[in-house]
Write a protein of this length. Structure first.
Length: 337
């Protein structure tokens, strides 16, 4: 084509709220002398390009007819797609998006399409952006909203958050739920049942059981009195070890008591056996002493004249005295047991 064609266009951000989606586009075609290019068929090619990456996020073609004023209308997003994606797949938040316009005046003839430059979409199509965000990031199903991408998250910045539902589930089995608040309170039917502050956990009501997933220590701050209304519990890392240690100490004490009881029983048995032996021996020895005394008394009248017999008698008397003293000592020892 020998003449230069100029195109003056504007983009109207009229967004269809229902599918099919698109952006209204209008342009007037004139030649170099300002004459309208009227009542002609043209092939218009649109491309949406992301400035930061150079990625062609959308490309399509339109067969249009200019009117008597050289004006044609088209809707970007409803033409013949020249790529593999859908218009609804466009990520409008990916970066700064430019639209380029090429016009083929020969309609696939020998002349190549003419590039009429590019223009930035200064206003992001918010309705399309919202739809793409909903389609790509969040899924609504069975009155529940969940992220389609597990990497997505909700960031709520507010001094007060009110979640009203019969069942609220936050996170997954492997996730961490973090609350960056000085005070966090949980209510049930307007009744406060759990309050967490920077250094305390307050539970309103009765605690039926505490079952940690891993071994841990549960100790009390100061002491616990059954008459106290408030019991402050603190966790540490040696609870199980302390319980096991105390149990082992109790077992050792019970063993010592059992051994001591056995020793007492053995000593008592030995004492009574010894007492019986002493009593028996004491009786026999006393009988012997009585017999000896009787014999000595009988002999005493006849031995005065015999010095030798007198000496023997004195020696025997001394032995009896010593034996009597020995018996007394044994009896005294027994009485002290």
């Amino acid at each position: 084509m020998n003449k230069i064609i100029l195109i003056f266009f504007f983009v109207s951000s009229l967004i269809f709220s229902q599918a099919p989606q698109g952006i209204n586009y209008q342009a007037v075609v004139r030649d170099a002398g300002g004459q309208l290019y009227d009542n002609q068929e043209l092939t218009v090619i649109f491309k949406l390009i992301v400035l930061e990456t150079g990625n062609v996020t959308w490309e399509e073609s339109h067969m249009v007819q200019t009117n008597e004023f050289g004006l044609f209308n088209s809707i970007i997003g409803q033409g013949q797609s020249l790529g593999d994606n859908l218009f609804s797949d466009i990520n409008w938040g990916e970066g700064t998006i430019f639209v380029t316009v090429d016009i083929d005046f020969d309609n696939d003839g020998p002349q190549p399409p003419i590039d009429f430059g590019e223009s930035q979409l200064l206003s992001v199509p918010y309705a399309l952006y919202s739809n793409s965000s909903a389609d790509n990031r969040w899924v609504e199903e069975n009155n529940s909203i969940s992220p389609a991408n597990p990497q997505n998250r909700i960031n709520i910045t507010s001094s007060e958050i009110d979640l009203s539902s019969d069942d609220i589930e936050i996170g997954t089995q492997n996730s961490i739920v973090q609350f960056n608040y000085q005070d966090l309170k949980f209510y049930n039917n307007q009744n406060l049942f759990l309050e967490m502050t920077s250094d305390q956990l307050n539970i309103q009501g009765r605690i039926n059981s505490l079952e940690p997933n891993e071994p841990s220590n549960l100790t009390t701050k100061n002491y616990v009195d059954s008459r106290d209304d408030d019991v402050v519990l603190q966790m540490n890392s040696a609870f199980t070890e302390n319980i096991n240690y105390f149990q082992s100490e109790v077992d050792n004490i019970l063993t010592d008591i059992s051994n001591l009881q056995s020793n007492v029983n053995l000593n008592s048995d030995a004492y009574y056996v010894l007492q019986d032996i002493v009593n028996t021996s004491n009786g026999n020895m006393q009988n012997q002493i009585d017999i000896i005394n009787t014999v000595l008394s009988a002999l005493e009248e006849t031995i005065y004249e015999n010095i030798s017999l007198q000496t023997q008698l004195e020696s025997m008397q001394n032995q009896i005295i010593n034996l009597t003293n020995l018996i007394s000592q044994i009896q005294e020892t027994i009485s002290q047991q």
